[in-house]
Ligand binder design. Structure first.
Ligand SMILES: NC(=O)C[C@H](N)C(=O)O
Length: 356
């Protein structure tokens, strides 16, 4: 019979708590999974079944689950509507709601894992944020779609089934936050969106995928392992995140951007450098001047899709190592939020550098 999962009393009083229940049948012999819906293409509808650009977000978590009744053959589902936005509009309020609610959910003995439905554009940022903010052996799976729910060959329903499958899989434990889309399973650490339009958009070229689905069964290439530099933050009492900007470097980049970013409130800056963290002499001078004047951490990442930014002696900047700019930003943001000193931030990034 249909049931409504009730909110946890301890969480009702939390300032960031928002909840919308869904109604699904319950089968006591199946594991429990909680879906946190945030929006994105997976929750979008077009005006025709051939429209694959320019559609509107708006489907609720109940509709996402109703579209894939097969999910209820493998799990009992509780659903929370955290937001319903394109992922370009996901912000720290949404991220903190997710972190708080997922931590509370995974602390319950009868929950096997959680799934977050999300737009793909910034999915990797949310996944990496959750990787850092959630410390559990249970699977956290972030999933999206490249085609709206109304499209011919919509990819959302199968992606969602695979995400829930992963959330109840014993083999998916101790792998942190995972990203799944188009049969592939990736780590939140290194998976990135590679194509604005294609279904097969999530890649991790250097670090590789964790696994893939065959006939809806997840197969992993490796036993669970911990990425170099893996770390977790306890955000239990956190209600806002530090302001960190990303500046994109290019020929003739305006050196004034660094001071402008600081003037607008940035507490840290990541720049997407050319090559392995490069920047013009003039911009470098401006960035160094800002660092000397304010002491705010400035992290050098790269605008290339993949690669490593090595640390340089005597540099005013902290090398991002393997982190792309958006992941370096999340790491710096959390370190600043938790009150890390400059040297601790340097060490945090250095933990990710390859060891000889
Ligand atoms: N494929 C997608 O999900 C793109 C969408 N614009 C988003 O919310 O990120």
């Amino acid at each position: 019979s249909p049931i409504t999962h009730q909110p946890q009393p301890a969480f009702e009083s939390h300032p960031l708590f928002v909840r919308q229940d869904i109604q699904t049948p319950i089968n006591a012999s199946l594991p429990n999974v909680t879906i946190f819906a945030t929006g994105g293409t997976i929750a979008s509808q077009g005006s025709s079944n051939t429209q694959t650009v320019g559609y509107q977000v708006g489907l609720g978590v109940q509709q996402l689950v109703d579209a894939v009744p097969e999910i209820l053959n493998i799990s009992n589902i509780a659903g929370y509507q955290i937001s319903n936005v394109d992922s370009g509009s996901v912000n720290q309020t949404i991220l903190l709601k997710l972190a708080h609610q997922i931590n509370a959910e995974l602390a319950k003995d009868d929950i096997s894992g959680v799934v977050v439905t999300h737009g793909t554009d910034t999915l990797e940022e949310t996944a990496f944020f959750l990787e850092l903010a959630v410390n559990s052996s249970k699977p956290v799976v972030v999933v999206g779609a490249m085609r709206p729910a109304t499209a011919l060959s919509a990819d959302g329903p199968l992606n969602l089934l695979q995400a829930v499958t992963l959330a109840v899989s014993e083999n998916a434990k101790d792998r942190g936050t995972m990203i799944t889309l188009n049969d592939r399973i990736g780590s939140a650490y290194y998976t990135t969106k590679s194509n604005s339009n294609a279904l097969d958009t999530f890649v991790s070229v250097e670090a590789g995928q964790l696994g893939f689905f065959i006939n809806q069964v997840p197969y992993f290439y490796f036993a669970p392992s911990v990425p170099i530099g893996a770390t977790h933050f306890d955000l239990t009492n956190t209600t806002s995140l530090a302001h960190v900007d990303i500046l994109y470097v290019h020929q003739d980049v305006d050196p004034a951007l660094f001071n402008a970013s600081y003037a607008a409130g940035a507490e840290g800056i990541v720049f997407a450098g050319v090559g392995a963290g490069g920047i013009s002499a003039k911009a470098s001078e401006a960035a160094e001047g800002l660092f000397n004047a304010t002491g705010i951490p400035i992290v050098a990442s790269r605008r290339s899709a993949d690669g490593f930014v090595p640390s340089e002696d005597e540099s005013f900047s902290i090398a991002a190592g393997f982190y792309n700019p958006q992941k370096a930003r999340v790491l710096l943001q959390l370190a600043l939020t938790m009150g890390y000193e400059y040297d601790e931030i340097k060490d945090l990034f250095a933990q990710n550098y390859p060891k000889p």
